[in-house]
Design a binder for this molecule. Sequence first.
Ligand SMILES: Cc1cc2nc3c(=O)[nH]c(=O)nc-3n(C[C@H](O)[C@H](O)[C@H](O)COP(=O)(O)OP(=O)(O)OC[C@H]3O[C@@H](n4cnc5c(N)ncnc54)[C@H](O)[C@@H]3O)c2cc1C
Length: 288
Amino acid sequence: MKAYAFDYVRAATLDEALALLERAGDGGKLVAGGQSLVPALNLRLLAPQLLIDIAHLPELRGITCDDTTIHLGAGTRHVELANSPLVAEHLPLLQMAVRHVAHAAIRNRGTLGGNLAHADPASELPACMIALEAVMLVVGPGGERRIDAADFFKGLYETALGPDEILVRISIPRSPAGARFHFNELARRAGDYAMAGLAIAMHGNSPQDMRIRPVFFGIGDRPVLARQAALCLEQAASLQDGLAAAQQALLGDLDPQDDLQADAGTRMQLAQVLLKRGLADLVAQGRG
Ligand SMILES: Cc1cc2nc3c(=O)[nH]c(=O)nc-3n(C[C@H](O)[C@H](O)[C@H](O)COP(=O)(O)OP(=O)(O)OC[C@H]3O[C@@H](n4cnc5c(N)ncnc54)[C@H](O)[C@@H]3O)c2cc1C
């Protein structure tokens, strides 16, 4: 199938892109890497009248770091995340995750901003953003808004972005020394979207100062921070001691549904297995 006919404009600046988007109203659609949008157009799931290309906006480019925060331009391509020394040093979780995103050809063009705005519930990077407590900088006709990652993903392919807003930058606090990270997903084939996945960020060692953020994806309609499971682990004498209670708590944290890939019971079991493997990895990192 071929896409319905549309007009195309490559915006040169963020202001121009915002003006075009506002003028186009419901008929306008942003395109960055095109790796999610173009398949949807070709399947005629969408029929925008105007595509506004934001792939070359200077305001969406760059990976920078200050004393407290790492800033990722929304136009950062997956391949740039994978190859960035700054990301390797400060955001190892993202580098663990991004290699699971699709295939090399898609990672060469797909962008972080497009990935987050698309909000596929089985996507890896949204879960990492919640685990890392990222903040999204969004710009629209009304000015700037900052949205916590935990509030950004609203449901199936749905975010807190307004139709006339652009995700410009993602800011992630630098992790404390000794922070540990884990990423794992279960997919039928390498490069497929996950049937279930888990991203974890943790720091501290004792029950007094330990903080852990296990975020599951591919389980529900959006990435889910498993708050009750985290509490069990934070209150236990050790991660191993907290495992059984945390696995049990997932029954309340997660609400898996049946779909073509797996039924809800299988998905819950996958989540419990992922948690067990993840904690074993974090314990091993702590020893190492
Ligand atoms: C075969 C295949 C396998 C894939 N597997 C995976 C996978 O395993 N994991 C995974 O996470 N993804 C996967 N993807 C999707 C891929 O990662 C895309 O790159 C990504 O989801 C979208 O990024 P993009 O820059 O191409 O966005 P686009 O396709 O250009 O845009 C996607 C959506 O985001 C909007 N948008 C884009 N940029 C912005 C912005 N800055 N502000 C506001 N809205 C914006 C667009 O209007 C559109 O609605 C796969 C894609 C394919 C084709």
